[in-house]
Design a protein around this ligand. Sequence first.
Ligand SMILES: C[S@@+](CC[C@H](N)C(=O)[O-])C[C@H]1O[C@@H](n2cnc3c(N)ncnc32)[C@H](O)[C@@H]1O
Length: 311
Amino acid sequence: MSKIIDISNTWHTLSQRCLYSKTRPLDIHAAVSQTDQMRFHENSAAYSWTNEPLGDLKYLTDYRGKTGLVVAGSGDQPVVFRQLGSAKILVFDISQQAIMWTEFKDVCVQLLTRRQLIHLALEIPETLQEKARHDKLYRVVRHNITEPSRRFFDTILSKKASLPALLVDGEFFRGNDHPFIRDFLPYMFDDNAYFAARQGLLASEMRVVWLDLIQILTATKREIFDYIYLSNIFDRWHLFGIDLNHIMPMLRHALAKHEEAIIICHIDPKFLSSTQGQFVRESVAASAAQARLKFNNHCRATREYWTISHS
Ligand SMILES: C[S@@+](CC[C@H](N)C(=O)[O-])C[C@H]1O[C@@H](n2cnc3c(N)ncnc32)[C@H](O)[C@@H]1O
């Protein structure tokens, strides 16, 4: 991308299709099979399901009516933030697979029942009858995603035959390492939770863009967000040349100036207890302080999340 177009305060007024054309169009020809699961890049395999206890997010702040900037990850986080009452979220990710999967999951929760979603995404069809049922559900979803995402799913499904198989094969999705864990997914707990999530989706706006963190902060530099969710993007920042001292001031600028405004990061407790994990924690805390932000340790209720707020 040569020139980054400013989408501040306009992204939610544009259709998803138009937003892609203004930011960065999905490019399914570049969506090649991936085997390197250590790195994140423009075509890295998407997380099929979250590996974070997303139920804990509710302890961090009140999301009702708020605007969030959210990294897509497995696409579950955008659903949960809207289940928790967010009014508008802008979702970004360095990986276009993650973006397309987020679109797909969003439509599933809006249009399928919980049982149908389980069937489509988790149960490999074994009989012709089950295959026909799968195809029927897939048609409902494909009809409601953008054209490039539809082409992507059509193409890879024509090779793999079923979505549950695709989600665990490690080529485009990381379900082999990150399986479905119902306890991590507040919208999948039961039918009531699922219905609440659907209501949240219907009552809010979501747009997704295929941009990395620096690019999205640049593209929205005249806009502020009540919360910014970064998952564990910072875990391996030192390996990929992410300059925390460059990012922190940008994050500070993007974060609304009220007391509840927070940046939310995830860290795996196992990683945190390692030497490298400690190094990451100290580095994030130090660059936050340098940017006049306050680093808040995990609290008991949310062992895996830390936050950064205005000091
Ligand atoms: C860090 S991963 C971890 C997965 C996450 N714990 C979950 O439950 O989905 C979350 C997402 O961050 C994306 N990502 C990593 N580095 C990024 C960057 N610099 N800018 C934008 N997205 C990034 C990855 O593509 C991935 O989809």
